[in-house]
Design a protein around this ligand. Structure first.
Ligand code: FES
Length: 149
């Protein structure tokens, strides 16, 4: 029987190998590029926002499996949210991924993102997991290009 870590690994590999909503929206309302200065990996987040709701979101990523998987999960989670709701979620998620805030991931709320819950044990990978989220937040500000921190 697979351990929970093995199951999380499978989820990450699945999203990395078959990223959801991959690509670039042809006429986006918001767009940003993210860059991880540590490794040189890049990604682009494009959005179609209408009436304050994220109707579409795509990510084109050239990066490691963690960054690709995190971006894929982001698109699934964020699509359909209001801008306010999505920004709040993104900031909370980044905090949970990078700081020891003592909050457990709620599997019902997080879905596949729960697979990233152990990432803070690997400080070198935190930037990988948060790059798409930083870039998403910068896309909402229409900052282009940006640094993924
Ligand atoms: Fe470059 Fe992960 S090693 S984003």
């Amino acid at each position: 029987m697979a351990t929970i870590q093995e199951l999380y690994q499978e989820i990450i590999i699945d999203h990395s190998n078959c990223p959801r909503n991959e690509g670039k929206i042809e006429y986006p309302s918001h767009i940003a590029e993210g860059y991880n200065a540590t490794c040189g990996d890049e990604l682009t987040v494009s959005l179609l926002v209408d009436n304050g709701i994220i109707r579409d979101i795509k990510i084109r990523a050239q990066g490691c499996s963690i960054s690709r998987a995190s971006g894929s999960m982001l698109t699934e989670k964020i699509r359909g949210m209001s801008l306010e709701e999505a920004l709040k979620f993104s900031k909370n998620l980044r905090k949970m991924l990078s700081e020891d805030v003592g909050e457990a991931f709620d599997e019902n709320e997080m879905g596949d993102l729960t697979a990233l819950s152990g990432i803070k044990q690997f400080p070198m990978r935190i930037k990988c997991a948060t790059l798409a989220w930083y870039t998403f937040e910068n896309a909402l500000k229409n900052i282009f290009p940006i640094s993924g921190k």
